[in-house]
Design a protein around this ligand. Structure first.
Ligand code: ADP
Ligand code: MG
Length: 681
């Protein structure tokens, strides 16, 4: 038996159970072991029946000595069971579960948790959880009892039995990855003790220690894996050899505006990064509209001026095209050749472009993920800029990096990432914060309105349209079904066309191919289409300065950070802009969340709120970053553990960068398995 032993070899698990376990993503013994309790019940002491107190929640163990079913009125069935122990008696009550009658037998012993109500001198226990106690009850009674996340058909007794069995048979085979010394220093349980105690804790302190050790391990392996993945991309680079800032100077002198102080500061940072022998690894965090693109342009020209190709990668084709157009208009007058490479190009054209990229006909290459496919070869790229980084996985980035010669890497994101998480994901990445908006920007006025109050909205839209301004209307993903989402967008499109008769309305959605999408986007950018109805395809980075109104339908269905991103599509010029959140949700919590948006334009603040509400894992989408999700660690709560684990990881790698030493054998295996998992995404 080893950890990838399939479940069918376990006694007590048939095909039916295997199906149910698969539904919980549990495929093998290791998966089972990692399926840790969601909470624990302290059943180490049962309350004697004579000591039950009114209004308290208690766990009791008692013998069934009578049972009756009552139907006090239609639709209500009560099952009342008389119970006794050595000290006294009470009555357990179940509501509307008549089928239990058959399961509960006189003379049997039950373990029951529930709230006590005293009625006419008799204690009634309103049953929250119960199970039959049995001769061998060491797992379900008289201890802290684990309760597992489950699915219909697998009860708690099953979980306890199976976990107990696995621990007994398999615990000895789990390799220890920490040395005794390390365990001592970082106060870590041994691997055996940790697994044993997380499933069947002997007391609360041991449980906490077990959790600590396992969370530490997860975060430790994660950081080592990232470091190993990154190792290919370190070493010295070539781009720094010839330094030429002429093109950059020309660019800045030709801009119709002057750079903000924050932009200038970050450019100075880039300059020194790019002149160093070590490859740059920098993340720029700047709120939507803070002017990150021009910084990217500067960096790209810095690479080109020094004789290298510069690459810009973005998550969507629409954004790639838009960057291409705006950057090309800046670069062309400087004699810099720029090309757009996307997945949807016709094959022949693509091949020609690929050939020309390889032959150094192009200096700047802009594209989507198509850029890191195997058939793309660069002549000599020294810089990779990645826009809207939070959409990219660790793995994609590694793939791109490995194509250049240890290129400088600049990632740009409007989504603020807490420092610890950034550190985890990007290791030695330096972070610059672009914390100043270009002058003259007005706050986007944000309002939340009920769906029924749309007439007001149409009035506002009419007024703005008459001033020559433009409007976005965004519809959310309503269902996990493109067809329904599309219908939703089309409905809105038709309604708007009717209500705002006379203005040209366009529609973009995920079902259109990129040529169609592009042509609609272009008409909107050119100001031909005045109102653009879309699904969320426009979310990131789109820049149409004349658009001043962003209407978001069913706004409550979006996360705060996403709403803020969408809002960032307007307010990009000097005109007063508006964001209208439409909702029919009456839930106070949902409305409170939307209200936050009406109160602040500060993306960092909103991200913090979102983080609080949703938790780090979900908000930052570990999966989006190409990382397996954690089973035990919680990035938000376990910051301290993260730092400790990082400490150790740095120490170990300093001594043994590739984990080749004999003493790291178990560790190396774990890390490489994890890397493997990352790469699968
Ligand atoms: P983001 O940071 O969201 O990517 P962009 O780079 O798209 O923002 O910039 C938003 C708008 O602000 C663009 O129209 C850009 O030309 C303009 N802009 C950028 N920097 C400045 C500046 N220093 N002064 C005035 N306008 C600027
Ligand atoms: Mg941008």
């Amino acid at each position: 038996m080893n950890k990838s032993t399939s479940l069918q070899y376990l006694k007590g698990i048939g095909p039916k159970k295997i199906k149910l376990l698969e539904r919980l993503d549990i495929m093998d013994i290791d998966g089972l072991l990692h399926h840790v309790p969601r909470n624990y019940e302290d059943r180490s002491t049962f309350c004697p029946l004579a000591q039950l107190k009114n209004e308290q929640t208690e766990t009791i163990v008692a013998e069934v000595c009578g049972l009756e079913e009552l139907k006090p009125r239609r639709g209500l069935t009560l099952l009342k069971v008389q119970l006794k122990d050595k000290t006294g008696s009470c009555v357990a009550v179940w509501f509307n579960q008549p089928y239990l009658k058959k399961q509960i037998k006189i003379g049997k012993e039950l373990i029951i948790t529930g709230k006590i109500t005293r009625r006419n001198g008799i204690n009634e226990i309103n049953v929250k959880e119960f199970e039959q106690s049995s001769a061998d009850d060491s797992l379900s009674a008289g201890r802290i009892v684990p309760c597992y996340p489950s699915t219909d058909g697998l009860n708690q007794r099953f979980w306890r039995d199976i976990q107990h069995k696995i621990l007994k048979q398999y615990l000895d085979e789990i390799p220890e990855i920490f040395s005794e010394e390390e365990r001592l220093q970082y106060k870590l349980f041994s691997v055996k003790k940790a697994w044993e105690q997380i499933h069947f804790p002997s007391d609360i302190t041991s449980l906490e220690n077990a959790r600590y050790r396992l969370a530490f391990e997860e975060l430790y392996i994660l950081q080592l894996s990232l470091a190993i993945l990154r190792q290919e991309a370190t070493g010295s680079k070539q781009g720094y050899a010839q330094i030429n800032n002429e093109l950059c100077k020309k660019l800045v002198s030709k801009l119709p505006f002057s750079l903000t102080n924050a932009q200038q500061r970050i450019i100075r940072e880039l300059k020194s990064d790019m002149e160093a022998t070590k490859p740059m690894q920098r993340l720029i965090q700047g709120d939507v509209g803070s002017g990150k693109t021009i910084i990217a342009a500067w960096a790209l020209l810095r690479a080109v001026g020094s004789g290298y190709q510069g690459i810009l990668m973005v998550p969507t084709e629409i954004l790639a095209r838009q960057h291409f157009e705006s950057l090309n208009s800046l670069f062309e007058p400087l004699g810099v050749e720029t090309i757009l490479l996307t997945g949807s190009l016709p094959l022949k054209e693509k091949q020609d472009i690929l050939g020309d990229i390889k032959n150094n006909k192009y200096n700047v290459i802009i594209g989507t993920h198509a850029l890191f496919q195997d058939n793309v070869q660069f002549f000599n790229s020294s810089l990779v800029v990645i826009d809207e980084q939070h959409r990219f996985g660790v793995r994609q980035r590694a793939a791109l990096e490995s194509k250049g010669m240890n290129p400088d890497v600049l990632v740009m994101s409007a989504t603020p990432i807490p420092r610890t998480l950034a550190m985890t994901l990007y290791g030695d990445l330096d972070i610059s914060i672009l914390d100043e908006l270009p002058p003259g920007r007005k706050e986007v006025l944000t309002y939340c309105i009920k769906s029924q109050a749309k007439q007001k909205l149409y009035n506002l839209l009419n007024r703005q349209l008459k001033k020559g301004e433009q409007v976005y209307i965004v519809c959310p993903l309503v269902e996990e079904s493109e067809k329904l989402d599309l219908k939703n967008a089309i409905d809105v499109y038709e309604e708007i066309s009717k209500k705002l008769f006379g203005w040209k309305v366009g529609l973009v959605h995920g079902r259109m191919n990129s040529v169609e999408k592009e042509s609609v986007m272009k008409s909107f950018t050119d100001g031909d289409i005045k109102i653009l109805v879309s699904t969320t395809v426009i979310e990131v980075g789109v820049n149409v300065p004349l658009a001043t109104v962003m209407v978001i339908e069913d706004a409550d269905r979006f996360g705060l950070a996403q709403l803020h991103q969408l809002r960032g599509r307007v307010g990009r010029g000097t005109k007063q802009s508006y964001c209208i959140l439409v909702t029919s949700n009456k839930n106070t919590l949902a409305l409170k969340r939307l209200k936050l948006l009406t109160e602040t334009n500060d993306g960092f603040k909103l991200a913090e709120e979102d983080l609080k509400a949703r938790g780090a894992g979900e908000f930052f989408g570990l999966r989006q970053h190409g990382l397996p999700t954690f089973k035990i660690a919680d990035l938000q709560k376990d910051e301290e553990i993260l730092l400790e684990a990082r400490n150790l990881a740095v120490k170990v790698l300093r001594e043994d960068a590739l984990l080749q030493k004999g003493k790291h054998e178990n560790l190396k295996k774990c890390v490489y398995e994890y890397v493997e998992k990352m790469v699968k995404f």
